[in-house]
Design a protein. Structure first.
Length: 112
């Protein structure tokens, strides 16, 4: 798995590439912890190149979502979710309503 981060003026974009499995989810958690520790609480997760996400990866997303929304300080938004992951993971587990989901990163960044 590869994680790329881009810091824009008001938003950070986290791009996920490959597979977020139980081993690589720790790396994702570290990236999110670093951003939230620096008070960078407006985060867009671009999943365009994501092939797989495990339950631990989902937990990292949910934990970060709660941290960014605490006291209405920010949010975590998802974009470019591959159709198979959206239907097989997010819809099946009932997590889709928790997140604001966008078709592309431009719309997701512009929503802040």
């Amino acid at each position: 798995m590869e994680i790329k981060t881009r810091q824009l003026k008001r938003v950070d974009i986290v791009e996920l590439h490959g597979r977020v499995d139980s081993n690589s989810a720790a790396q994702l958690e570290e990236v999110f912890k670093t951003l939230t520790a620096e008070k960078r609480l407006r985060i867009v997760v671009d999943m365009q190149n994501l092939e797989y996400i495990s339950s631990r990866g989902l937990r990292a997303l949910i934990t970060t979502l709660k941290e960014t929304r605490r006291w209405n300080r920010g949010d975590l938004r998802l974009c470019n979710i591959p159709p198979r992951i959206k239907s097989d993971v997010f819809d099946l587990t009932g997590l889709t309503p928790l997140f604001k989901v966008f078709d592309n990163s431009v719309d997701a960044v512009g929503s802040f």
